[in-house]
Design a binder for this molecule. Structure first.
Ligand SMILES: [Ca+2]
Ligand SMILES: [Ca+2]
Ligand SMILES: [Ca+2]
Length: 846
């Protein structure tokens, strides 16, 4: 679904929404959720089918005065479900005749089916749980109806249960019991989220309070909700006791031995009379170049009547202010649930400090100046990237970010293992036995993201990104001390070597070690047990640093202190993928070019592995092609376009160039927006005729760029996936910057600057910069990093950003870090941001 209404209308459609006001009751609207002004109750608009089990994004949800504060309403099997607890399969049917939404839920692991029926009852929603067969005996006492409240929106607020007042705890410190492991309901694929320390028992939170009538947040009208049940007791739990990303949970256990309607709740979210969402004035928090186009996008509640004008105010050096510009607003129209108007203040060019005013809304300040983009990559390069260096101790001034992780190295993953982070080990295809130490892998490499594994594919991209940054821009910045010998990194301490070279070296060290010691590339070097995968804090504390010896008892140490019986060692998932080998081959060739003169020994090792993997990878794919293997289906050549181009660049062999040329033109014909980047990448290596042949596609690309202004009010590609789309905006911006560099007569710099504006605050939901701590008055303050339990950030991190939730809601929490699809920066994404930022800086200098 795209834009719902084009915006030629001078006045926005207000009348269409008047039926949803705060005086009337809830109605089942045309978006298939219950609504009244200030309240949306969604019933499985979002099912539990995200990539990572319980993503805290599903089931019955409430968007309360613009904020999604409630989710997880479903039949669940524990008091406070964690990410890897079982989630139900669901099918939903919506009946507008009767005004009901019915959802069937199934847990195939227990052959357990239930139904939820929801309907409006005045200002409340009636939720019923129906069973055709009684709860299976083994789930009696475990199966219940749960609904979850967002802690950051409820902590320190009050609640009243059956007349007794309490306060939601700021931090979890309530009571638990332990129960025998045999009573624990199965978790994802038989894994366990907890380490029982040999007790044979798991932890079960006790309720804070229980009763039949609960009002939450009577002290905060925008958050107040009444829950009641005549036939069941409602208990309030604190899910953070088990997992920092847990929510407050309201729960009623389903009665044993019963069928039919077994439980009924009435849920009444308060609506503030006449509530209208405050306008979200989107602008670049980092600021603007004097000559650039400057357009703020203002997001408006559908009931909000747009104003005719907005203003730019200047802050003078003596602290006084003056209105610098007042201009008319242009209506863009409706995009999902909100209306949008645009404010063009390009004519304000004088360098200085400014803010915007739209009615009563006054934004934070921003700078107009020649140098506003100069520092946009520094935090990423100086802080975020080095903190994510694996197998090193990382220090910053008085703080140790982490010690040296995984000193005991990596074991061969056992055959036929299905992993919890989307990997699997097939039959063992190395000279090692299951659980045997593969030597030499605990060196170099980067943590994937908010977790601590080495994703080989990501690490290949990282080295490729960094080499591309080095070869295109030669960044000589040196703010990081890196000693591979001491395994020590010190931030803000120059050591005479450009940091990007050291990062390339660090990435290459691990990837070369994989190729040399395994014989080919691993899929991933990752956790073997789920109970240390969800680790928060110092990476050096994930494992005990001792080799695992199965002859010892768990938690027991050997007499020489070098091994332990705790099975915490990381595993190498080695199943061979010739595509990955070929990607690694091109990356090794690039790395060897960049490292020459800095680390000749490593450059030589990388080149040797490049040649070997290229030969072996090619043979493996030729064999697969000859055998008609499904893995080769739909591929025009051995690699993708970019790989073939890289192969040509590093070997000079015509066959790779032919393969690239065979792929690139049909790909451009199929979709210019997808193929234009590799086509532009080839320009430095090909002749003028190639560039001229590309010209009409660049003209087409411009049409695509201009068309985005009709797709959404922000004019950038806004993804609708389960992981928000900063990455695609950054890649769009990079492509637009390169298109502008090579074809300045067709593509101006405004498109790349628009991508920057989106990243730095001109986007839906709120106007915070999506890059941590970078040049903005209001950058996002919480991210899903290894310090997420501290509700903090690592400077330079790029958030995935504004996440789309079905059917019509965008969000990015900045008071709750734990939703990875909104808040987790990745090493591949952040090194791609480095290229974007540098390309943009170069473009505007030219
Ligand atoms: Ca990972
Ligand atoms: Ca350095
Ligand atoms: Ca160990």
């Amino acid at each position: 679904m795209r834009k719902l209404l084009l915006s030629i209308l001078p006045l926005l459609a207000v009348a269409a929404c008047t039926r949803v006001d705060s005086r009337s009751g809830l109605v089942l609207g045309d978006q298939d959720y219950f609504e009244r002004q200030g309240v949306n109750v969604l019933v499985f608009s979002n099912a539990f089918n995200g990539g990572f089990n319980d993503e805290k994004n599903s089931g019955i949800e409430i968007i309360h005065h613009g904020v999604r504060t409630v989710q997880g309403g479903a039949v669940r099997l524990s008091n406070t479900p964690e990410q890897w607890d079982l989630v139900p399969q669901s099918t939903r049917s919506v009946d507008h005749e009767t005004g009901t939404v019915e959802v069937t839920l199934r847990y195939p692991e227990y052959n357990f089916d239930s139904r939820i029926v929801a309907r409006a009852e005045g200002k409340a929603v009636r939720i019923e749980v129906w069973l055709d067969k009684p709860v299976p005996a083994e789930l009696e006492g475990d199966a219940g109806f749960n609904i979850e409240l967002l802690p950051s929106q409820y902590w320190q607020k009050t609640y009243v249960m059956d007349g007794k007042v309490g306060r939601f705890p700021r931090y979890s410190a309530s009571e638990t019991v332990t129960r025998p492991n045999e009573e624990k309901v199965k978790q994802f694929k038989g894994y366990r989220t907890y380490d029982d320390r040999g007790t044979g028992r798991f932890v079960d939170p006790l309720p804070l309070v229980a009763g039949h009538e609960l009002t939450v947040a009577p002290d905060a009208p925008e958050r107040m909700i009444r829950f009641s049940s005549e036939d069941a007791e409602i208990s309030l739990y604190d899910g953070r006791l088990l997992a920092q990303n847990g929510w407050y949970v309201l729960r009623s256990v389903l009665p044993a031995g019963k069928t039919g309607k077994v439980l009924s709740w009435l849920v009444e979210p308060n609506a503030v009379a006449g509530w209208v969402r405050e306008p979200n004035v989107g602008f670049s928090q980092v600021g603007y170049l004097p000559e650039q186009q400057k357009v703020a996008v203002i997001e408006l509640d559908p009931l909000d009547k747009p104003r005719a004008t907005a203003e730019v105010w200047q802050v003078r050096e003596d602290g006084s202010t003056r209105m610098a510009f007042s201009g008319r607003l242009k209506s863009w129209g409706k995009y999902y649930k909100y209306n949008y108007v645009k404010f063009d203040f390009s004519s304000v060019r004088e360098p200085g400090v400014y803010y915007l005013r739209y009615g009563d809304v006054q934004t934070g300040n921003f700078i107009i100046g020649d140098d506003v983009l100069d520092r946009i990559t520094d935090a990423t390069s100086d802080v975020w990237i080095p903190i994510h260096m694996n197998h090193m101790m990382v220090n910053e001034a008085y703080r140790i970010w982490h010690g040296e992780p995984f000193k005991e190295g990596y074991l061969q993953a056992p055959a036929n293992t299905d992993h919890f982070d989307l990997h699997s080990q097939g039959p063992i295809d190395t000279k090692y036995k299951a659980y045997q130490l593969i030597p030499g892998l605990n060196v170099g490499g980067f943590f994937d993201a908010g977790d601590f594994d080495i994703e080989t594919g990501s690490n290949i991209s990282v080295v490729q990104n960094l080499v591309s940054d080095w070869e295109r821009f030669k960044p000589m910045r040196d703010e990081t001390f890196v000693s591979e010998e001491q395994r020590y990194v010190d931030l803000h301490r120059p050591d005479g070597v450009p940091d990007v070279i050291q990062y390339i070296e660090h990435g290459t060290l691990n990837l070369v070690a994989q190729a040399e010691n395994i014989g080919h590339m691993a899929q991933t070097l990752s956790n073997s047990v789920l109970d240390n995968y969800h680790h928060l804090g110092d990476a050096a504390a994930i494992t005990d640093g001792l080799h695992y010896d199965p002859r010892l008892k768990p938690y027991q140490k050997s007499a020489d202190g070098k091994s332990s019986g705790t099975p915490d060692d990381m595993w190498a998932f080695t199943t061979r993928n010739p595509f990955l080998d070929l990607q690694a081959a091109t990356m090794f060739a690039a790395a060897s070019r960049a490292l020459g003169g800095y680390n000749d020994a490593l450059a030589a090792r990388a080149l040797k592995q490049s040649k070997r993997l290229m030969k072996e990878g090619t043979e493996l794919m030729e064999r697969a092609m000859a055998e008609g293997s499904p893995m080769m289906r739909g591929r025009g050549g051995f690699g993708n376009m970019s790989t073939n181009l890289q192969l040509y660049v590093c070997t000079g062999e015509q066959s790779y160039l032919d393969a690239f040329q065979e792929q690139i033109w049909p790909a451009l014909d199929r979709g210019v927006s997808f193929a234009i980047q590799p086509a532009l990448d080839a320009i430095p290596y090909l002749d003028e005729a190639y560039k001229e042949r590309l010209r009409p596609y660049v003209e087409q690309y411009k049409e695509y760029l201009d068309g985005l202004d009709k797709d959404n009010p922000y004019g950038v590609p806004i993804g609708m996936g389960n992981w928000a789309a900063s990455g695609s905006v950054v890649s769009f911006g990079t492509t637009a910057a390169f298109a502008s560099k090579y074809f300045p007569d067709i593509i101006g710099p405004e498109y790349a600057l628009k991508a920057a504006g989106y990243m730095f605050g001109c986007h839906p939901y709120h106007n915070y910069s999506l890059v941590a701590a970078v040049g903005a008055a209001r950058p996002k303050a919480v991210f899903y990093g290894n310090n997420r339990a501290d509700f903090s950030f690592i400077p330079g991190n790029v958030a995935p950003g504004v996440l789309f939730r079905q059917p019509d809601h965008f969000e990015n929490f900045d008071d709750w870090p734990f939703l990875w699809g909104q808040n987790e920066g990745t090493i591949a994404g952040n090194t791609a941001y480095l290229i974007f930022g540098t390309a943009l800086q170069q473009l505007v200098k030219e």
